[in-house]
Write a protein that binds this ligand. Structure first.
Ligand SMILES: NC(=O)c1ccc[n+]([C@@H]2O[C@H](COP(=O)([O-])OP(=O)(O)OC[C@H]3O[C@@H](n4cnc5c(N)ncnc54)[C@H](O)[C@@H]3O)[C@@H](O)[C@H]2O)c1
Length: 445
């Protein structure tokens, strides 16, 4: 479902009209394209502690990106593609002035689809003033993300451990994170090896994606394959033809599997046993909606959504952890939704499952870490243009598209990019987390 309004306001006439009458002016976002540089310009790097740490500068230059660490150099009107501020030193409210001093000129120098990334330390309960100051970074970044325009984003990394910092910075600077905006993400300890080739971080890995015949699942299969994985695509038997087409496109194999069937875990294990050397990446993407107000909700509408969206994930994870089919260092990514945070009218059943998935990943993180340093995380998409959202009435869909800081819907590929990053070896320090891919959805949390 193409976004005609987005195309219109990016034409010269449309842009002039929108600007005159004060209509939203979403920009065409910079997305990953093979062969493009990670970032189309330099990073302005700063630190609240004075000079930025040499190690941080090295991480960015190793990604092939030029670093400018003297803010005076950008005052002569030159644009930068990103602003990275290491704010790990802040310890008292007065220290926050250093963020203003750096970010005020920094965001003025930011080019289109620019990136602001702030590094902080998570609160640790040791000192109230320190924790309050650290938490303040969250409010600064979320507010700044709402101010940025022209496709620029701002995100916050809570760096409890640097194991995944290189990989997280590359993801957030690149076009892969086009629709990730206004989000905090915790980087913890973990095994997070750098790939031999950053363009093929999933080389040699076996992945399985459920609900992969169309929409977000098909996009995930495509991006995992692009990033080097061998992909098994699974979906309902009735989706057979579409599924075969996706399997063909990604050079993978197809598995007919109803994830809600009682024998689904067993069938999945048998398939892995006979066709693979064990599973490295599992994406629980299959999901359905059966929207009704609670007052009118039928038992079958309730039960089917719980079974497909939540119980299936619990059953398959338990079976995998109990089997010899889940390789060490594996990655599980579960599809949640921003509805899991904010709720949505007519979606008590769906909201239950998407909040349930958040509980599932938080509570499973330790079990997966104990399984050869594996991880489990969730991705929570906001409004994404797919057949699921195409069912919405036109006016509701058009309004929903504009209700994010980026003033547009995300694309399936935006969710897929986040899934692929969380599935990569370098993201080993991210565990039990929920990453929203919602363009900083303005509705709900
Ligand atoms: N589209 C959005 O805006 C959005 C927002 C937030 C979250 N999500 C979540 O992302 C995931 C994918 O959404 P989508 O928009 O691509 O949906 P979609 O309806 O386009 O595709 C879902 C796929 O899952 C398959 N499926 C359904 N039940 C199944 C079952 N029992 N076993 C195996 N496969 C099954 C369907 O056949 C279909 O191919 C879902 O979990 C959804 O809740 C979507």
């Amino acid at each position: 479902m193409s976004d005609r309004y987005l195309s219109l306001v990016n034409s010269s006439v449309g842009s002039a009209v929108a600007s005159r009458v004060g209509l939203p002016q979403p920009s065409v976002l910079r997305r990953f394209r093979s062969g493009d540089p990670l970032l189309p310009g330099a990073v302005l790097l700063g630190s609240t502690a004075g000079r930025p740490a040499a190690a941080l500068k090295k991480l960015i230059t190793q990604a092939g990106v030029e670093v400018v660490d003297d803010i005076d150099k950008v005052f002569d009107g030159e644009k930068v593609a990103a602003v990275v501020l290491d704010a790990r030193s802040v310890a008292a409210p007065a220290d926050l002035a250093a963020l203003r001093a750096f970010l005020a000129p920094g965001v003025k120098a930011l080019g289109p689809s620019g990136r602001v990334i702030v590094l902080g330390l998570p609160a640790d309960g040791a000192d109230i003033a320190v924790d309050a100051t650290r938490q303040a970074l969250d409010g600064i970044v979320r507010s700044l993300a709402k101010e940025l325009r022209r496709g620029a984003t701002a995100n916050l990394l809570w760096v409890a451990d640097e194991a995944s910092l290189a990989s997280a910075l590359r993801f957030l600077l690149s076009g892969r994170s086009a629709y990730v905006d206004g989000q905090p993400l915790l980087l913890g300890p973990g095994t997070a090896p750098a790939p031999d080739d950053w363009d093929q971080p999933l080389a040699g890995k076996t992945a399985l994606v459920t609900g992969a015949a169309r929409g977000i699942g098909a996009a995930i299969a495509g991006v995992l394959a692009r990033d080097g994985a061998n992909v098994v695509v699974a979906d309902l038997t009735q989706a057979g033809e579409a599924l075969a087409k996706v399997a063909n496109q990604v050079g993978g194999t197809a598995l007919h599997l109803d994830v809600a069937a009682a024998d689904a875990p067993q069938r999945l294990l048998e398939h892995l046993h006979s066709h693979t050397d064990g599973l490295d990446i599992l994406v629980h993407n299959a999901g359905i909606t059966r929207d009704k107000l609670m007052a009118n909700m039928k038992p079958e509408q309730w039960d089917s959504v719980i079974a497909v969206n939540l119980q299936s994930q619990l059953s398959v994870n338990a079976a995998l952890l109990d089997s010899d089919q889940l390789n060490d260092g594996s990655r599980v990514v579960c599809l949640s939704s921003t509805t899991g945070f904010s709720g949505n009218r007519g979606q008590t059943n769906y909201g239950a499952t998407k909040a349930g998935v958040i509980g599932l990943v938080r509570s499973s993180a330790a079990s997966f870490a104990a399984h050869g340093a594996s991880t489990i995380n969730a991705v929570a998409p906001g409004f994404i243009d797919t057949e699921m959202t195409a069912k919405m009435p036109l006016a509701t869909r058009e309004v929903a598209r504009r209700l994010s800081s980026l003033q547009q819907a995300g694309l399936p590929v935006d969710v897929a990019e986040a899934v692929s990053w969380l599935s990569s070896p370098g993201a080993g320090g991210v565990n039990g987390q929920v990453l929203r891919v919602c363009g900083q959805n303005l509705v709900g949390a």
